[in-house]
Write a protein that binds this ligand. Structure first.
Ligand code: NAG
Ligand code: NAG
Length: 195
């Protein structure tokens, strides 16, 4: 009898250990009640589309209705690249280079000088569309804009509305730049993959 007790005790220990590990597993599953997998089709994942659009981005500092505003001045007055300066923008996006051409949407966001040696901007902006079925849909662009180069490429990191789950890239080419006022017109060709 005295020899049997330890055996029973050790078997009990194993049983208790097993049961408590089951309890832990169960509790973990319950804690994951906030997450569930979904039917992709019900959430707009149909055939993946590739869309290209071209717009002209008008960054206007001059005049009585500027669309770009310096919100932080460069902390150092010796920086040739105005390193550290920031601008907030609400720039019209038009169909043609002329500001008077059809308004397609707006570029809303912020950019700043992030290069100490070269003029490289850090861009973070949303293109919000105002046209037809794209009305109110947005795409988000976040990237480096080496402004004096041709074909600057910036990633499209997401979108909303018709551009949900978007990814892609934008190519920027300066159409005109006024060195006195800082006003610029830039052609944006955007290639975006979405559903
Ligand atoms: C540049 O900044 C320094 C230090 O803040 C100041 O003493 C100097 O007057 C400024 N120079 C110009 C040209 O504004
Ligand atoms: C776009 O949507 C807004 C409401 O969000 C509406 O006022 C406007 O008329 C729409 N524009 C077009 C072109 O459908």
């Amino acid at each position: 009898m005295a020899r049997i007790v330890p055996v029973i005790v050790s078997k009990l220990t194993i049983l208790v250990t097993l049961l408590s590990s089951l309890a832990i597993t169960h509790a973990t599953e319950e804690n994951q009640g906030f997450v569930r997998s979904l039917d992709r089709k019900l959430y707009g994942f149909k055939k993946e589309k590739l869309t290209h659009f071209r717009v002209y981005w008008h960054d206007i500092y001059s005049g009585s209705t500027p669309t770009a505003m310096p919100i932080v001045r460069a902390p150092s007055n010796t920086s040739a690249t105005l390193f550290g300066s920031l601008s907030m923008i609400d720039d019209p996006l038009t169909e043609k280079p002329e500001l008077s051409s059809k308004l397609i949407g707006r570029a809303q966001g912020i950019y700043g000088s992030a290069g100490q040696e070269d003029t490289a901007l850090f861009m973070a902006m949303n293109f919000v569309f105002l046209e037809g079925k794209y009305n109110d849909s947005t795409i988000s662009i976040l990237g480096r804009n080496h402004v004096f180069s041709k074909d600057r490429e910036m990633p499209v990191i997401g979108g909303s509305g018709l551009f949900r789950f978007a990814r892609g890239y934008a190519k920027a080419n300066t159409f005109s730049f006024n060195t006195k006022t800082g006003d610029a017109v830039v052609e944006y060709n955007v290639y975006v993959s979405h559903y």
